[in-house]
Design a protein around this ligand. Structure first.
Ligand SMILES: Nc1ncnc2c1ncn2[C@@H]1O[C@H](COP(=O)(O)OP(=O)(O)O)[C@@H](O)[C@H]1O
Ligand SMILES: [Mg+2]
Length: 422
């Protein structure tokens, strides 16, 4: 079976790695990175260019395409693949609106009584500013459309919130994504990521995970794409998980089906747990990166039946089996990230680190230059380890992370701190 993996981050390497364990599976990274090149091969393309993705899938006689990132999903790459008879893992454009428009998702939650912070929608920056000034309490300002994780301002003062509206709506920092703005009540609690795989009717719950968005230890510094993750987070007790399934996942997937937007693919709900109660912060219509790296390493056996079942719209009664009790992923980033950084730095120690037992090194911003792997992005590697508990997984992941080096290497030392005892 030939599988096209659309995207080029550590999430895509992790999916390709897991899928390539099945006998007879061949993976093609589109565009991939040095990690997918080592287990298959890569073809350079823009993943949001639906015509190019379809042409490549046909040219390679691909049996399946797995679309990793949100931008191609929202752009309708899955629709184009299916229209050409190619099975695709991921939601179509209509279902991807759950992530493509934050306003759509909030209004959807309101229609289906799914717990989420109170909100108002504005298409006029003056009206938004007046509302903020009258509200005089902490608010969260969000651009409606995709903004690569940069379109949200958690404002502790009215001035910060107004500055957020200006940036989104007047300076148009995110282009059309800022035509409308969402202003939400601020929730205080612990964030978790919950993933399921759906086939349009049924779903399979995966395991909860927790991401670390800020660049520096102690959750300080600017937001990033994610500096590390672990699974499972202790805040998600069996009772909390049941509430997530009953109050969020079930009504979401049923609501989407009822509204004529059946959801297929990975649904990742960003939640705030407030005193044991789950509140939805946002929907993502794909696996989280770095959460995906912790989920696929905990998984026992093949993920191929679940990926194919979801893509074809029939999961049957498949269930995942969790083999490793815990997994933890540490991201190695380029110095300066999420600001500007240099590329092309040779990376050493990759093979030694990957050879440690219970460790897998997933590539993100890497490229092969002759025979050397060099840096080519902000997040460079996802060093992931499994263990009997989070402490063991963390010890192993950091042992491996310390074996790898490149000029300017930056990592957080406290990934999993909420669950670690040493
Ligand atoms: N209503 C809210 N209350 C408190 N914090 C929030 C709220 N909405 C978002 N946040 C914070 O802002 C971050 C980004 O918001 P999110 O909706 O996940 O957008 P995106 O991931 O697209 O940037 C969240 O991870 C969370 O830390
Ligand atoms: Mg988010």
């Amino acid at each position: 079976m030939r599988i096209l993996i659309v995207g080029g981050g550590a999430r895509e390497h992790a999916l390709a790695w897991r899928l390539s364990h099945d006998p007879g599976v061949e993976v093609i990274g589109a565009p991939g990175n040095a990690g997918t090149a080592a287990i298959g091969r890569n073809v350079e393309l823009d993943p949001t260019d639906a015509n190019r993705v379809v042409a490549l899938a046909k040219q390679e006689s691909a049996d399946l395409a797995v679309v990793g990132p949100e931008a191609p999903l929202v752009a309708g790459v899955v629709d184009a693949l299916r229209a050409n008879g190619i099975d695709a893992f991921g939601p179509d454009r209509n279902a991807a609106q759950l992530e493509g428009s934050k306003i759509f998702s909030k209004e959807f939650m309101a229609r289906h009584d799914i717990p989420t912070a109170g909100f108002r929608v504005f298409d006029d920056p003056d009206a938004a500013t007046r509302y903020i000034e009258e509200a005089s309490r902490p608010l969260v300002v969000k651009a409606d459309g995709l903004a690569a994780g940069k379109g949200v301002i958690v404002a502790s003062t009215a001035a910060e919130a107004v500055a957020g509206v200006d940036r989104i709506m007047r300076e148009r920092a995110f282009g059309d994504a800022g035509d409308r703005v969402l202003i939400e009540e601020c929730l205080v609690g612990q964030e978790v990521s919950y993933h399921v795989v759906a086939d349009g009717k049924r779903f399979i719950p995966l395991a909860p995970a927790q991401d670390h968005k800020r660049a520096y230890d102690g959750d300080e510094g600017p937001n990033t794409g994610g500096m590390g993750a672990y699974s499972p987070p202790p805040v998600v007790t069996p009772e909390v998980e049941q509430k997530i399934l009953d109050r969020v996942i079930d009504p979401t997937l049923q609501g989407m089906a009822v509204e004529g937007r059946p959801f297929r693919g990975a649904l990742f709900v960003g939640l705030m747990i407030v005193e044991g109660e789950p509140w939805v912060l946002e929907y993502n219509v794909r696996f989280g990166d770095p959460e995906c790296q912790t989920l696929v390493t905990r998984w026992a056996g093949s993920i191929l039946p679940i990926v194919v079942g979801s893509a074809r719209g029939d999961l049957g009664d498949l269930r995942p089996r969790w083999e490793a009790p815990a997994s933890l992923c540490v991201v190695l980033a380029s110095g300066g990230y999420p600001g500007s950084y240099e590329k092309g730095k040779p990376i050493t120690g990759l093979e030694e680190a990957d050879a440690l037992s219970n460790v897998t090194v997933f590539h993100a911003g890497t490229r092969l230059e002759r025979d050397t792997v060099v840096t080519s992005g902000g997040r460079v590697l996802s060093v992931t380890a499994i263990g009997a508990d989070i402490d063991q997984a963390a010890a192993r992941a950091y042992e491996a992370a310390d074996m790898i080096d490149f000029e300017g290497k930056h990592l957080r030392r406290d990934i999993g701190w909420r669950a670690r005892t040493r």
